[in-house]
Structures are given as structure tokens and as C-alpha cells.
Design a protein around this ligand. Structure first.
Ligand SMILES: C[S@@+](CC[C@H](N)C(=O)[O-])C[C@H]1O[C@@H](n2cnc3c(N)ncnc32)[C@H](O)[C@@H]1O
Length: 484
């Protein structure tokens, strides 16, 4: 998971920031940065990706050697790639890196095909990259909204571009007779803050037209137009709505796109990409809404290689990240509703820790292989916490995180064939300045689950750029390679 985001300075320069570290409201330097920088608008993103609309590069390799040759494997790279660019998922990783990693595996194993599993599939990057290499793949994703994004994307090889365009036009036409009747006062407060009355009415019109029974379209077309609509929500808002910073109602954006215009642009992009890449996606893609901590739904010993980026133990809230979309869709109303969304997710943020009994969890036998290292971190975080105003439950979070991941490693061991492999893009963390060697603890859990060995290769440093941090612990991100 590589949470970098490109922000644009009014003077035209670009800066890459790490939203997980840098969104910390206590980080003064980032606050200054936020005030001086504007977020890229959809028009700018579309302009940037226009060339690849006509000549998609389709996951082409970046450079010649090893899984680390794409040393900035962020989702930002994906915004120029067909299919991947349909929904900007800031926690996503680079499709090119996935293609390179699988290609290297095939070369080393002397195989022309492999079966791939991504237990934390997010927006479906691994599945689409696998399919482009002719490999069959399975993905699990537990967050309901993110699952539907991936599900829509992997449908693309069944969809007819002409039908998508025609149906999009019909939706826009039908929307003109709907939506406007809705009373703005009845809209959730969050939406009232994010949209003007007119914009929200237009969005509701599109939604009602899409959900209405009058336009005849098949299931995959409907899902792809649903994706076109939900991916227009943030670009159509005049306030700060990047996922990594959730929603900043007081932060005004310079550029927005009209809902119907944005919806149609996205539908055109989807149809254009499909017509070019459909024949190139030859591997089967199977995405399941599934909690990776539950017994595996893939046959034993059936997977050649796991390629994934799990949640990190760094307080990123995958429920809150899509609150705007879920609110628009009527699936959450209040902040407290996010509790239900978090339930099937790995414990990776302090908001998820209410009522969690960490003192019992740390005694769990699944944590025995790492308790000598995790125990002192837990103790130190418990004591630092009492000195901090926010009293965040990071001590419980790290314990819960590794207990969850211990379960996942058990199920992965069962799914991966002997001699197979797992590649995890991971980053370490230092909540309240207490360093947690996430890569090593993952590796130890993998070996305890029955894998043979692990090694970690750093791809980049984190938390070293800014001066005014609350803590100065240098962090890193890289690839954990587990051999089985
Ligand atoms: C770092 S993101 C993966 C992004 C993905 N590589 C992509 O490019 O879109 C981690 C994903 O794990 C999902 N997740 C969290 N807990 C999960 C669980 N228990 N089972 C399955 N997925 C989970 C999150 O919702 C999130 O989408």
C-alpha cells in the first residue's frame, strides 16, 4: 500500500506527499503545505491521461530487472493506465509493479502461467494485471464499497463499449426528469457540505435514472455506469475530498466538474479502454467479498503466488476513506455507522479499537512467535498513551493488527502450493513515535504459519522529509518476499 499523492503547487510544481503520515492533523508542516497547494482536478487528471486513452500502454514494464525496478509503485502511476484509472483509489498500488513481479516469478519458475491470489484486493489492481498476463486470479476484499469498485472493473471484459455509451446518454437524458424534486434539507449533512443544491440535485438525478427500470442494459453495463457515477462524486465536489484526507469541507477546490459532464467523460473513458483492452485480458478474474481472516475460499495448494498490499498498522481508516460515496448511496448516515463497515476489516486504525480486549489478545497462541517483540511495543504504547491528550488506542491496535494478520498467514499457507511464494508490499509504522518493525513481524508470522523463509527489500524511505514532525522515527516501505 503506497499512499503517495501528487499535489500541485499554484506555481505549477508538483510534490509527492505521503497522506498517511502527512495527513496527521498534528503535522504542522503538512498543514502549511495543504494551505499552499491545490489538489489535482479531474480535468487535469483526464488531460494527463488523454494520450493513453488513444494509445493505452496496458501495464507495460517499466524497466528491466527484478520486483523492485518500479521503485515508486504507487497508484498515481495507474492513473495513466486503462481500466486502473477508472477509480482513483489512493491506497492502491502500481499495476506495473504487479506485472513485473508476476513476470519475474514466471521466468524463475519456468512457467508460462500461474494462479494468483490477492487477499486484500482493494480496487482490483492485481487481478487486472494478472489477467493481462493470461494468468487466472482470485481476489478477496472485505470493504463493501471497495469490493463493488473492483467487481465493476473486473466485469469489463464482458461489457460492450457501444452499449455503455448509449446507456450513459440515456441515463443523462432520463436524469433531466428526476432528482430535482428532492428536498436539499433532507440530504445528509455531509452531502450538503460537499455540494451546492444544484450539483447535488444533478447527481441525484443521475442516480435515480441509473437505478430506474426504464433503461434497458445488462448487468456489466450497469455496474460500469455505477462506477462512472461514484467516481464522479469527488471531482464534482467543490471541497477537499481526497480519500486519504477523507473530507475537508472548509478546503475549497479550484476546479470541479459538472456531474453529467464528469459522468459522460468517465463513461467514454471506460468504453474507450474496453474496446482497446478487452481482447488482452485473457486470464479469469474472480473477486469475492470476503474477510481474509476467515477460512479461505480457494482450494488448498491451488495458488502459485500471492501478490498484495495489506492494510498497514498506521491508522488509515478504510471505512472513513469512502464515507462520501457510501453516504451518497444511502449506506451510511452518521459517522457511527462506519463501525459496521469496519467490522470485517483488519484492525489497523484506532477508531476500530472500541471495546477490544488487547490484554487477552496478546495472550493468544497465534501471537506466541512474536510476543517477545510485540509485548514490549504494546507495553510502551500503553504507557505513552497515558501521557497524550488523544489517548489513542495504538497499543491495542498493534496487537489486534498482528493477531488478525497471523490468521491471514495461516489461511495463505493453506492456499499456496508448496514452493509457492507471497509478495507483500508493506511499510513499518511508529504510532506515538514507538517503532513497530511491521515487515519483520509479518515475516515471523509467515514462517510460524509454515512458510520457509522471508526477506525484505526496501523500496523507499518515509517520514524523513519534513522538519516539524511529532516524531522523527525514520520509516520505510518495501517488498516482503515469503518463500514457501
Ligand atoms: C492497501 S489496500 C489494497 C489496495 C490494492 N492493492 C489496490 O491496488 O487497489 C488494502 C485493502 O485491504 C482491504 N481489507 C482490509 N481488511 C480486510 C480483510 N479482513 N479482508 C479482506 N480485505 C481487507 C481494505 O478494504 C483495502 O481495500
Amino acid at each position: 500500500m503506497l499512499h503517495e499523492v501528487v499535489v500541485e503547487h499554484p506555481d505549477g510544481g508538483l510534490a509527492i506527499i505521503d497522506p498517511v503520515i502527512d495527513r496527521d492533523p498534528e503535522n504542522e508542516e503538512f498543514a502549511q503545505l495543504r494551505n499552499g497547494y491545490a489538489y489535482p482536478s479531474v480535468t487535469q487528471v483526464l488531460r494527463m491521461s488523454h494520450m493513453s486513452m488513444t494509445q493505452p500502454r496496458l501495464f507495460e514494464s517499466a524497466s528491466p530487472s527484478g520486483p523492485l525496478r518500479s521503485n515508486a509503485p504507487t497508484f498515481v502511476n495507474n492513473m495513466t493506465l486503462p481500466v486502473h484509472r477508472w477509480f482513483r483509489f489512493s491506497a492502491g498500488y502500481s499495476a506495473e509493479w504487479v506485472v513485473n513481479s508476476i513476470s519475474d516469478f514466471l521466468t524463475c519458475a519456468g512457467q508460462s502461467k500461474a494462479v494468483i491470489l490477492d487477499p486484500f484486493a482493494g480496487s482490483g489492481t492485481t487481478l487486472l494485471a494478472s489477467s493481462a498476463l493470461g494468468c487466472d486470479s482470485f481476489g478477496w476484499e472485505a470493504q463493501d464499497f471497495i469490493f463493488r469498485v473492483a467487481d465493476a472493473k473486473v466485469q469489463c471484459s464482458d461489457a460492450d463499449p457501444e452499449m455503455i455509451l448509449q446507456s450513459a446518454h440515456s441515463v443523462i437524458e432520463a436524469s433531466k426528469n428526476t432528482g430535482a424534486n428532492r428536498c436539499n434539507d433532507q440530504e445528509p449533512k455531509l452531502l450538503q457540505k460537499c455540494y451546492s443544491e444544484e450539483t447535488l440535485a444533478e447527481l441525484r438525478g443521475l442516480q435515480e435514472a441509473l437505478n430506474g427500470a426504464t433503461i434497458d442494459m445488462d448487468d456489466s453495463t450497469w455496474k460500469l455506469l455505477w462506477l462512472a457515477l461514484v467516481s464522479t462524486l469527488r471531482p464534482a465536489s467543490h471541497v477537499g475530498t481526497a480519500q486519504w484526507q477523507y473530507v475537508l469541507p472548509n478546503k475549497k477546490k479550484i476546479n470541479t466538474v459538472g456531474p453529467s459532464e464528469g459522468f459522460m467523460q468517465k463513461a467514454r473513458m471506460i468504453a474507450g479502454d474496453i474496446s482497446v483492452i478487452r481482447s488482452k485480458l485473457s486470464g479469469n478474474m474472480s473477486i469475492l467479498q470476503h474477510d481474509a481472516r476467515q477460512p479461505s475460499k480457494v482450494p488448498k495448494d491451488s495458488i502459485d503466488i500471492v501478490v498484495t498490499s495489506p492494510p498497514y498498522a498506521n491508522n488509515y481508516d478504510y471505512a472513513d476513506a469512502t464515507r462520501l460515496e457510501m453516504t451518497f448511496l444511502g449506506e451510511v448516515a452518521a459517522y457511527s455507522d462506519l463501525k459496521r463497515v469496519r467490522e470485517p476489516l483488519i484492525h489497523a486504525c484506532s477508531q476500530h479499537m472500541v471495546g477490544y480486549d488487547a490484554s487477552a489478545a496478546i495472550e493468544d497462541p497465534l501471537l506466541t512467535p512474536i510476543v517477545d517483540r510485540l509485548g514490549p511495543i504494546y507495553e510502551e504504547l500503553s504507557s505513552v498513551r497515558s501521557t497524550r491528550g488523544g489517548k489513542k488506542a495504538y497499543h491495542a491496535m498493534v496487537v489486534a493488527y498482528f493477531l488478525d494478520m497471523a490468521r491471514v498467514w495461516q489461511y495463505l499457507r493453506a492456499a499456496v502450493r508448496p514452493g509457492g511464494k507471497a509478495l507483500f508490499v508493506v511499510g513499518d509504522s511508529a504510532p506515538y513515535g514507538v517503532h513497530t518493525p511491521v515487515d519483520e513481524l509479518h515475516g515471523e508470522l509467515a514462517v510460524a504459519a509454515g512458510f520457509e523463509s522471508y526477506r525484505f527489500t526496501k523500496t523507499r524511505d518515509r517520514n524523513i522529509k519534513w522538519k516539524n514532525r511529532k516524531h522523527r522515527v525514520p520509516l520505510k516501505e518495501g517488498v516482503l518476499e515469503v518463500q514457501g
